[in-house]
Design a protein around this ligand. Structure first.
Ligand SMILES: [Zn+2]
Ligand SMILES: [Zn+2]
Length: 721
């Protein structure tokens, strides 16, 4: 091959052709360095016939500079990149960037210098130095990373190095991971678990594409069952990828994994240090990483010998990425398994309707774990009708729930109160003039956080200190909190039960693996009586002494009119209910609602999952919604409101007339201003058979917009804001 076509990581450049110089060998998938004007770029050698580009005459081709010393990307992964770009209307370049997720992995030194505290003190202490020393306790990283952790300049840290307060440590970035052993501590499985483990093990052994829906009630021991399939893959020298929806869940998973296999798995998530990222990427590409546990982005890594994919809590919304390439990791995982010809397991206690439908049609093989592990009973669920049993004024817990908490405190058992709202109050206003605090960049209220004394926008991250006086009328001390967030519920529990030990569990308080670990140990040790938490505590945690779950506002999730609202509410409440009574003592779940007869609440209280899914399936069929039809959202945005409106109007005006496809809008998006951009939305609803992506690609391909206008395409959207 002396002429090659490269996929490069800048979509605007398109594919580029180069000459392979004498003595250099490349193959499809090779990562190479090529000249581009005066610069050098990295690209992947791709099958020329699969990438379109303008033909360049032989004489004008420039030679490649270097082949990078990483294994070539396999054909299976190249096909996955193409499929993902096609399906989600994204550029190949943006998908390929997710594959090469560690720039440092491709080249660079095999060792780096990191720094850590020596325990010494500087001759002269400054506030900045003091802050750094306090923040860096137990940390070891490069100077740049430490500066980020401590929130000080690199100069401050260099000064501390000179003073001997920080010392250099040379780290081999490619040092091997501890090996997991398939037979380290094989567990006793129940008969049900055994049957699941055996079927999955057979599939791993046989190879070939085999999608499974592992449908097991909360506490049924799904993890232990699929661990046996992992063991089988390990014995065969194959790699395993386990996708988890949140980093917060990783901590508990790692512990269980290490107990079972004698070594922790390799982790992959956005907060890895660059050296950890490099080490993991190279070990994955060489095949040395045996089991990788990660967030959705781990899906695109270049595994050398992948033998099994597990998607745990597969119904979770967080598998859907909502910026950059808007893909759903659950669906892409199934595609990857199909390209790799291996089994894939979607595990859940509350599967997505789409997955249940695939099982019903026989596309997925369904494996069930219908009862809890160790004979524990599923908790009893009852609704509290807030119209009949309302809480007192400016309180949020109804009398029956308060009585139940009191009962648990007396018995020294634990309670969990669930409210999916971070902060103290979702809205703050001026009692004098009615002024409402709104984000300047978004059409959203600022949320008061009392723990950190700030008003924060949950959409763009803007924060400000609560003002002493109203910015509108100037009245001092006039701010009123409206409605509850978890911090306010925690306050109410504290007022009612001053002796109770309370833990708030949200992404604000549990924002690092260490904090999650500390929280879990505190609850395990019985040092917490009442947990007040957001969706973060709805899944994955196993606290045997937790016997009461109170859902503070079950109606919250049903607001907003999102097409998956009912399903998501059902899943969230069923999952949080599943935290109760996992040990020897039975659990109780109380759901506060103004609509006890709503289908979601009625099905939960009756413990009738099938009734809920059947009704929801019919509603979706009727609406032509997934899995019976498909949606796509097109968001047009600009910093200039008139320009956004005009572009959306132009887009709407040129909508194609295609059978089986309806295009609605444009209309202002529910979040009509987000991060300083005005947003209009069009919704496309198509029958399954219609060529949704081709129609959109053709439609948009024929239009041009000012550079300041952004067009975002979201295929199979989850967020309708
Ligand atoms: Zn005011
Ligand atoms: Zn904002």
């Amino acid at each position: 091959m002396n002429r090659v076509r490269l996929l490069v990581f800048n979509a605007a450049l398109g594919a580029l052709d180069y000459r392979v110089p004498e003595g250099m060998t490349v193959e499809p998938g090779s990562a190479v360095v090529a000249p581009l004007g005066p610069r050098q770029i990295v690209g992947i050698v791709w099958e020329a016939e699969r990438l379109e580009t303008a033909e360049v005459p032989e004489s004008k081709l420039r030679p490649l500079i270097e082949v990078l010393s990483v294994p070539p990307l396999k054909a299976e992964l190249r096909r996955l990149v193409e499929w993902t770009a096609d399906y989600y209307c994204a550029s190949l370049a943006s998908v390929a960037r997710m594959v090469l997720a560690s720039g440092g992995a491709l080249r660079g030194p095999a060792s780096v210098t990191e720094y850590r505290l020596t325990g010494g003190m500087p001759e002269r202490m400054t506030p900045q130095r003091e802050r750094a020393i306090e923040a860096l306790d137990g940390e070891q990283a490069t100077i740049r990373e430490l500066a980020g952790i401590a929130g000080v300049s690199e100069g401050v840290l260099r000064g501390l190095v000179n003073q001997g307060v920080l010392e250099p440590v040379t780290v081999d970035t490619d040092r091997p991971y501890k090996r997991a052993e398939a037979d380290h501590a094989a567990p006793q499985l129940t008969r049900e678990q055994q049957a699941v483990a055996q079927r999955l093990g057979e599939a791993v052994e046989a190879g070939g594409f085999a999608p499974f829906l592992l449908d097991g009630v909360t506490g049924s021991g799904k993890t232990e069952a699929y661990f046996e399939a992992i063991a089988r893959a390990l014995r065969n020298g194959r790699q395993v990828l386990v996708l988890l929806p949140e980093i917060a869940l990783t901590e508990a998973f790692l512990r269980r994994f290490e107990e079972r296999f004698g070594a922790p798995p390799v982790t992959w998530h956005s907060s890895l240090k660059s050296t950890e990222r490099r080490r993991a990427w190279r070990a994955i590409a060489s095949g040395e990483a045996q089991v990788v546990v990660g967030a959705r982005s781990a899906l695109f890594l270049p595994y050398a010998r992948l033998g099994l994919i597990v998607v745990d809590e597969a119904h979770e919304v967080s598998f859907k990425q909502d910026d950059g390439v808007r893909y759903n990791a659950r669906d892409v995982a199934v595609m990857r398994a199909s390209f790799e010809r291996i089994p894939v397991v979607l595990a859940s206690a509350t599967p997505a309707l789409e997955s249940l439908q695939m099982a019903a049609s026989g596309t997925y093989e369904r494996l069930e774990l219908p009862s809890r592990f160790g004979g524990a009973e599923l908790p009893g669920i009852a609704a509290i009708d807030l119209t009949r049993d309302p809480p007192e004024r400016q309180r949020w817990l109804a009398p029956p729930l308060v009585a139940a908490i009191e009962d648990r405190l007396a018995k020294r058992e634990q309670s969990l109160l669930f409210l999916n709202r971070r902060g103290y109050a979702p809205l703050t206003l001026c009692r004098h003039c009615g002024f409402r605090f709104q984000c300047g960049n978004c059409s959203a209220w600022l949320v008061e956080h009392r723990l950190s004394r700030r008003l924060a926008c949950h959409h763009c991250g803007h924060e400000e200190p609560p003002p002493a006086a109203c910015p509108e009328c100037g009245e001092p001390e006039c701010l009123v909190a409206c409605g509850p967030g978890v911090e306010r519920i925690a306050d109410e529990v504290r007022e009612r039960f001053p002796e109770a030990r309370i833990a708030i569990a949200t992404s604000d308080t549990l924002n690092s693996p260490d904090k999650v670990a500390a929280f879990v140990s505190a609850v395990d040790a019985g040092a917490v009586d009442v947990i007040v938490g957001t969706q973060l505590v709805t899944k994955g945690f196993h606290f045997p002494e937790l016997t009461l779950v109170g859902v503070v506002d079950a109606d919250l999730g049903l607001e907003g009119g999102d097409l998956r609202a009912a399903e998501r509410s059902y899943q969230q409440i069923a999952q949080v209910a599943g935290r109760a009574g996992r040990g020897a003592k039975p659990g109780e779940v109380l759901i506060q609602t103004r609509h006890p007869k709503a289908p979601v609440i009625a099905a939960l209280a009756a413990g009738d999952r099938a009734a809920f899914y059947d009704a929801e399936t019919e509603a979706r069929r009727h609406a032509g919604a997934p899995p019976f039809g498909r949606w796509a959202a097109i968001i047009v945005s600009s910093e200039d409101e008139a320009e956004a409106k005009e572009a959306a109007r132009a887009l709407g005006g040129s909508r194609p007339a295609v059978a089986d496809i309806a295009i609605l809008g444009p209309a202002p998006a529910p979040l009509s201003l987000l991060r300083g951009r005005y947003r209009y939305r069009l919704l496309v609803n198509a029958r399954r058979s219609a060529g949704l992506q081709q129609v959109i690609a053709q439609w948009l391909g024929g239009l041009s917009f000012p550079r300041s206008v952004r067009i975002g395409i979201d295929i199979d959207p989850y967020s309708f804001v």
